[in-house]
Write a new protein. Structure first.
Length: 145
């Protein structure tokens, strides 16, 4: 039987250490730290340990709907999401996980973006407003004819 990344990484105890170090970096980040100031850190680390474990093939599981519900009021942008993944990658590297395993975890995490990012980035918002404005102009010009 082939061991999962979860098993090869040392199970919940080892992943909890990784997640605790990850959140130290997250809290220090000017870009994303503010999202976590009101959370009880020990509870968040426990929860995130289960989530990261699930990404690594561990016994915990999270549905996409659960992720969406948990993040919908946080207003996470694409840039903030990328910062989180970058910090996770740095933390995994600090714990000397093999590159292939780090890439697997980050790739799986990235696949969850549609359920975590609920606010468009500034660039996307400006682009959508511009498109909306263009569409409104088209509608208005059609009405004027």
């Amino acid at each position: 039987m082939h061991a999962t990344l979860f098993d090869r990484s040392g199970g919940f105890a080892a992943i909890r250490k990784i997640v605790a170090a990850f959140y130290e970096q997250v809290l220090e980040s000017d870009m994303v730290g503010h999202h976590f100031l009101s959370f009880e850190m020990s509870r968040l680390v426990d929860h995130q340990t289960k989530f990261i474990s699930s990404l690594m093939g561990g016994p915990a599981s999270f549905t996409d709907e659960m992720l969406h519900r948990a993040h919908m009021r946080l207003g996470v942008t694409h840039e903030e999401f990328v910062e989180i993944v970058d910090l996770l990658r740095e933390t995994l590297e600090e714990f000397d996980l093999p590159d292939a395993d780090i890439n697997a975890v980050c790739s799986t995490y990235l696949s969850k973006e549609p359920f975590i990012v609920v606010r468009p980035s500034r660039g996307e918002a400006l682009s959508k407003n511009s498109e909306r404005s263009d569409n409104d102009s088209e509608k208005n010009s059609c009405l004027a004819v």
